[in-house]
Design a protein around this ligand. Structure first.
Ligand SMILES: Nc1ncnc2c1ncn2[C@@H]1O[C@H](COP(=O)(O)OP(=O)(O)OP(=O)(O)O)[C@@H](O)[C@H]1O
Ligand SMILES: [Mg+2]
Length: 476
């Protein structure tokens, strides 16, 4: 067994942990995980731990005061749920024989602690030192994560959606650090690369998680790995941060049982994820934008400077853009904020200026744009041509013009097509709902920096005549 593994063969899981506050694991009957997978895990882990303690089955049985048959039956998966007392005896014997618990302070948790704290799963990225704002979201997410697991056994899944660079990962990591003490079995983290060209495959992520949990015998196949993963985490309190998910199918196999909580970030809203509560993250307000700029660039350099406000406005409250702008200021102590504000003033240059080190606003938006199909891309870049701060849904039908075999975009079909595209862009966080107009129609807007990016794409991909014709159709 990999050092650091909490003995997963311990039958009733939490029941062996001498913790009166913890609920016993759910019974096997009626669970969604295959009993066989649970038995396999227990058996493999017991064998591995016994091997590490250099004990034969007979020696272990003798030291634990049990019959050899009991040990054999557990390892042969004939005894699926050993009695908690059996588990305690075996664990104590293994501990005494050289697989000691890692409890450097000699605390009361004893044998059920991971043997080696170095390999316990504590995978959260570092906390963000200059995390700013988001009070309401932090309060809400912490409140939900600190709640008792549902008695129904339903998994806790909280998702955070939003535009690229808006701060989903920053928020999730910040919140995860705040609540980590509520998850005494640790934290798992994975970047699922959902927006990139090669999203992580869930079966590979499961193998990675299982290894981190100390399982060395990884079965083949997604279903088998997912079942084993749920078995290993059954009754445990683990926080799982699934960062940058592509879609529901990528996330679903990585959702474990009720004791665990899952924080999922994604550029698209994962509408199909069962039981998930979604927080859609907006950009930072003016005060938080200014505070973040000050924390990175130096408060004394930006406080009470109108040019700092101009920088905040040019960044549109997007934390990624603010961090880049602030990093550029910090790197050039001889610049006043006005120097950078001037550089950002010109929309056509703005995205070129919003680069620092490996951070780049244009590259971030491009990931979202590449995820769209061609119809959605055309809709997005054509909408970006509009000067209006917001617009009703029918505008897209006019911009796109008549479809094949139609001569008027305002047909039911044309309007329906435009509505579908508009909603898809909203789900992809490339359009936001700005409210309702007087006659109850939804109005939409595009974030300023995204609009600049969309215009760049339109200039690069659409002929000037087509762009002009699209705008004329809206005006006529
Ligand atoms: N509240 C915040 N306080 C301080 N920095 C922040 C905050 N939110 C985001 N940032 C910074 O802004 C940048 C972008 O944030 P983050 O990576 O969390 O965005 P994201 O929404 O996860 O983007 P993506 O969709 O590309 O994954 C990072 O450098 C991050 O540290
Ligand atoms: Mg992210």
């Amino acid at each position: 067994m990999k050092p650091g593994l909490r003995p997963c063969w311990d039958g009733d899981g939490p029941g062996t942990r001498h913790d009166p506050g913890r609920k016993p694991a759910r019974s096997v009957a009626g669970e969604d995980m295959p009993e066989a997978a649970r038995a396999t895990t227990r058996a493999a882990l017991l064998r591995a731990r016994r091997a590490r303690a250099l004990l034969s089955q007979e020696e272990l049985a003798e030291r634990a005061g049990l019959s050899v048959r009991t040990v054999r039956n557990i390892e042969a998966q004939r005894l699926v749920r050993p009695h908690p007392d059996t588990v305690r005896r075996i664990s104590a014997a293994l501990t005494a024989a050289g697989a000691p618990p890692a409890d450097p302070d000699g605390g009361h948790r004893g044998e059920d602690r991971p043997e080696d704290p170095k390999s316990a799963a504590h995978q959260l990225p570092s906390a963000i030192a200059d995390f700013t704002g988001r009070d309401a979201e932090v309060r809400q997410l912490c409140g939900l994560l600190e709640r008792e697991p549902a008695a129904t056994g339903a998994a806790r899944v909280l998702s955070v959606a939003g535009l690229g660079g808006v701060g989903k990962t920053a928020l999730a990591v910040h919140v995860a650090h705040l609540v980590r003490d509520h998850f005494e079995d640790g934290q798992l983290y994975v970047d699922l690369h959902g927006c990139g060209p090669a999203p992580r495959r869930p079966d590979e992520v499961l193998a990675q998680f299982l290894l981190a949990l100390g399982v060395t015998a990884i079965p083949d196949g997604l279903e088998e790995r997912a079942a084993l993963y749920r078995s290993v985490l059954d009754g445990r309190q683990m926080l799982v941060l699934l960062d940058n998910a592509a879609d529901e199918a990528q996330v679903r196999p990585l959702v474990a049982g009720a004791g665990c909580a899952h924080l999922v970030t994604s550029r698209i809203r994962l509408l199909g994820l069962e039981g998930a509560r979604t927080t859609v993250l907006d950009v930072l307000g003016a005060a938080d934008s200014a505070a973040l700029l000050g924390r990175i660039a130096g408060t004394d350099r930006v406080a009470h400077q109108p040019a700092a406000e101009r920088i905040g406005t040019a960044c549109g409250g997007l934390p990624l853009a603010i961090r880049i702008a602030a990093a550029r200021l910090a790197a050039r102590p001889h610049w006043g904020p006005a120097t950078l504000a001037d550089l950002l003033d010109d929309e056509r240059e703005r995205l070129d200026e919003l680069k620092a080190g490996d951070l780049e606003v244009r590259a971030s938006f491009e990931l979202s744009y590449r995820m769209l199909d061609e119809a959605q891309r055309r809709a997005f870049r054509t909408l970006a041509l509009l000067e209006a701060p917001d617009f009703p849904g029918w505008v897209l039908a006019a911009l796109l013009g008549p479809g094949d075999g139609e001569d008027d975009p305002a047909t039911d079909r044309g309007l329906r097509r435009a509505n579908v595209l508009t909603e898809q862009l909203v789900d992809a966080q490339l359009l936001q709902i700005s409210g309702l107009d007087r006659i109850g129609q939804t109005r939409y807007r595009i974030h300023d920096l995204l609009r600049v990016y969309g215009r760049e794409r339109a200039l690069a991909e659409d002929a000037a005549g087509d762009r002009r014709a699209a705008l004329l159709r809206v005006l006529s």
